[in-house]
Design a protein around this ligand. Structure first.
Ligand code: ZN
Length: 259
């Protein structure tokens, strides 16, 4: 019964879904941290500044491409709450949310890219630990969760709660698949330092990627706790090359969505 219902609802969903391919893809870039929240630090180097620079470079690339529209959750070194970032993206009804961070580890050998996307599955312990770290200093935001899966869709008034729930399920699954595809694209186009061990695409319930109504990923561009990588991350040329990699992955993602 449930599966039968899912089938007919999927048809309905295809009819009411706005076609996002006909217009520019609206990307919200989210530079992590800011203001008193410096994120990971090493000497003069701090995460909030590095990721803001990368975000500005990426924004410039997207602004020069008519296939994209771009917004940022912060454009200066000021503190913006996680809930405000999610709200901004939801309010603008963006198509994609890209959060940019830099990593730190007690193991100074740890290096390279990590890409997280929102999940529906129980996270593994490592991911949960990282998500908690990301939450530090943002306790007040944990109460916030106003995601509305059906936002922006013209749902007939007569739709029953049961049908609405199935619709929400389908939309969530679709969004997770798109987020996963974008995460894979980021890895595919990455030319910077690679992760020292394990695979680099992970699922985690980071607040920002889990509270927006659109596909979203969180990219950890490297470890400031690694001596060599910290040196790279502090240079404009490496920051620009990261921005170009991210831009390429967005172009790739847009092209596969258009197909
Ligand atoms: Zn961070």
């Amino acid at each position: 019964m449930y599966n039968q219902m899912r089938g007919s609802i999927l048809g309905l969903l295809l009819l009411i879904s706005p076609t996002i391919t006909a217009r520019p893809m609206h990307v919200v870039i989210d530079p992590g941290h800011g203001g008193y929240d410096t994120g990971a630090t090493r000497g003069q180097l701090n995460e909030a500044e590095v990721v803001l620079n990368i975000s500005h470079y990426l924004r410039r690339l997207l602004q020069g491409d008519a296939r994209f529209q771009v917004s940022m959750t912060r454009t200066s070194q000021k503190f913006v709450r996680l809930s405000q970032r999610a709200q901004l993206a939801n309010h603008k009804e963006a198509d994609l949310f890209l959060s940019i961070h830099a990593n730190a580890s007690p193991d100074s050998r740890a290096r390279g890219l990590e890409v997280y996307f929102q999940n529906q599955l129980p996270p593994d312990e490592e991911s949960m630990y990282l998500a908690n770290l990301e939450h530090e200093g943002h306790k007040e935001d944990e109460r916030y969760s106003n995601r509305d899966e059906l936002q922006g869709l013209q749902i007939p008034v007569s739709t029953t709660p049961e049908v609405k729930n199935i619709l929400k399920d389908l939309i969530r699954g679709h969004r997770v698949r798109e987020s996963s595809l974008l995460a894979q694209n980021v890895v595919k186009h990455w030319t910077g330092s690679r992760k020292s061990q394990q695979h680099s695409v992970l699922q985690a319930p980071f607040f920002v990627v889990s509270n927006v109504n659109m596909p979203s990923v969180l990219v950890e561009v490297g470890f400031v706790s690694n001596k060599k990588e910290a040196r790279q991350l502090s240079t404009a040329s490496y920051q620009k090359s990261i921005a170009r990699n991210l831009y390429q992955s967005l172009v790739d993602f847009k092209e596969s969505m258009d197909k």
